[in-house]
Design a protein around this ligand. Structure first.
Ligand SMILES: Nc1ncnc2c1ncn2[C@@H]1O[C@H](COP(=O)(O)OP(=O)(O)OP(=O)(O)O)[C@@H](O)[C@H]1O
Ligand SMILES: [Mg+2]
Length: 371
C-alpha cells in the first residue's frame, strides 16, 4: 500500500500541454477512478505515475518518496493495459512469472508467488494452459495476475476491461472490487464505463483537457456536479440542459422562465442571486422527470422516439425549444411517440442550475417551489 501525491504535475509533448498542473492526493488503499473524454490525458497521467513517461514539471511521490529519477521497476507500481499482450508461446504460469524471472527471483519463490496470485484470481486450474486456450475473461485475469505477482504497492489499470463482452465485464468488475478488498492495495483505474466508475471508485477524478474538473465520491459527483461539464459527463443517459431566463430576482428567490414550462422559482444565496446573469441553464437528470404527479412545474414536450430497455424506457424530445430532453419512465406502459405534446412533471428539488459560464449555482433545496 502507498499513498500517491501529485503536486502541480504538468506534461507537454513538444509545445502541446496535455496535462496542466494536476494536484492529487491518493490515500493508502484508496480506489481512484479517472474518467474524462478521449484525449483528456488519463493514460498520460497513469504513465507518468508508473514512470513510463517523464514529468515535464511538478512533483510526484509514492509512499512518501519522491519519484524523480526512480526507474519504473523500482516504484512498486504495476500497470495493466487495455491491450495486455500475453506471450502466446508461454503457459499461464510462465506468463505470470515472467517479470519475476527477469528480476532473478529464485525459482521456489517465483512458483510460490505465481501460485498465490493464481489462487486469488481463480486461475489455479489453468496454470498449464497457453493464452489461446483461455477465454477473454481468463486472459484478462492472467494479465492482472502478472501485476499481482510483483506484489506492488500500487496498481494502475488503463481500461483493462474494454475488450470484454458485457457479461464478462460485469463479472470482472465484481472480481476487481473483491481483489481490491483482499489486497488492500492503492488502485488507480481508467475507464469510459459509467457503471464501473460509479461502482468501483472510492473517489472519481473527472478530467477535461489535462485539468481536473472535480474530485469526489461517486455520489458527490453525481448529486453535486461542480459545473455543467461534469454534470453532462457523469450520468447515462445524460442530464438534460434547458435554457432558462431569469425573469425576477426578489431577495434570494429567483424566478425562471423556460420555454414550454410553467414558471418556477429557485432559492439561491443572496450575493449570487444579485450577480446572476439573465441567462442560466437548468439541468434535469432523466430520473427527475415525472410522467405522473410530482410537485414541480410542468413541461410540455413532444416525444419523438422511445427506447424501451425492458424495465425502464427513455423518452426523447430532442427538439424541445428549451433544449433536448431525455426522460426516464419506469412504468410498464411507456408513452408512445406522438406529434401531440405531453405534460411532464419535474422533481423540482432535484434540479441543477448553472451560470452562463457553466459553474453550478448552489440551490437551497429544501425551499425549492413552484411559483
Ligand atoms: N507520445 C505522444 N506525443 C504527442 N502527443 C501525445 C503523445 N501521447 C499522447 N499524446 C496526446 O496527449 C493527449 C492525452 O492523451 P492520453 O492518451 O493521455 O488521453 P486519454 O485520456 O488516455 O484518451 P483515451 O480515452 O482516448 O485513451 C492527447 O491529445 C494525445 O494525442
Ligand atoms: Mg487512454
Amino acid at each position: 500500500m502507498a499513498a500517491i501525491e501529485l503536486k502541480n504535475v504538468a506534461k507537454s509533448f513538444g509545445n502541446v500541454a496535455v496535462i496542466q498542473g494536476v494536484d492529487l492526493s491518493v490515500e493508502h488503499g484508496e480506489f481512484i477512478v479517472f474518467v474524462g473524454p478521449s484525449g483528456c490525458g488519463k493514460s498520460t497521467l497513469l504513465r507518468m505515475i508508473c514512470g513510463l513517461e517523464p514529468i515535464t514539471s511538478g512533483a510526484l511521490s509514492i509512499g512518501g518518496k519522491p519519484m524523480q529519477g526512480v526507474a519504473p521497476a523500482k516504484r512498486g507500481v504495476a500497470m495493466v493495459f487495455q491491450n495486455y499482450a500475453l506471450y502466446p508461446h508461454m503457459t499461464v504460469a510462465e506468463n505470470m512469472g515472467f517479470s519475476l524471472l527477469m528480476e532473478r527471483v529464485p525459482r521456489k519463490e517465483r512458483e510460490a508467488r505465481v501460485k498465490r496470485a493464481a489462487e486469488t484470481l481463480q486461475l489455479g486450474e489453468l496454470l498449464g494452459r497457453r493464452p489461446k486456450e483461455l477465454s477473454g475473461g481468463q486472459r484478462q485475469r492472467v494479465a492482472i495476475g502478472r501485476a499481482i505477482v510483483r506484489d506492488p504497492q500500487v496498481f494502475l489499470f488503463d481500461e483493462p476491461l474494454s475488450n470484454l463482452d458485457a457479461e464478462l465485464r460485469v463479472q470482472m468488475r465484481l472480481e476487481l472490487a473483491k481483489l481490491h478488498r483482499k489486497l488492500g492495495a492503492t488502485m488507480i483505474y481508467v475507464t469510459h464505463d459509467q457503471t464501473e466508475a460509479m461502482t468501483l471508485a472510492d473517489r472519481i477524478v473527472v478530467l477535461r483537457s489535462g485539468v481536473i474538473e472535480q474530485i469526489g465520491t461517486p455520489l458527490e459527483i453525481y448529486a453535486a456536479p461542480r459545473n455543467r461539464f461534469v454534470a453532462g459527463f457523469m450520468g447515462s443517459p445524460k442530464m438534460s440542459f434547458l435554457a432558462a431566463k431569469v425573469v425576477r430576482t426578489s431577495g434570494r428567490e429567483v424566478t425562471l422562465a423556460v420555454e414550454g414550462m410553467s414558471p418556477a422559482t429557485v432559492d439561491i444565496e443572496l450575493r449570487k442571486a444579485e450577480r446572476l446573469a439573465d441567462q442560466v441553464t437548468l439541468g434535469i437528470r432523466p430520473e427527475h422527470f415525472r410522467m405522473k404527479g410530482g410537485q414541480g412545474p410542468r413541461l410540455q414536450a413532444r416525444i419523438d422516439f422511445v427506447e424501451r430497455l425492458g424495465g425502464d424506457s427513455y423518452l426523447h424530445a430532442p427538439d424541445h425549444p428549451a433544449g433536448g430532453l431525455i426522460i426516464r419512465q419506469s412504468d410498464a406502459v411507456p408513452v408512445k411517440p406522438d406529434a401531440m405534446p405531453v405534460t411532464i412533471g419535474v422533481d423540482w428539488p432535484e434540479v441543477h442550475l448553472f451560470a452562463a459560464g457553466g459553474q453550478a449555482i448552489e440551490l437551497k433545496r429544501e425551499s425549492l417551489s413552484e411559483s
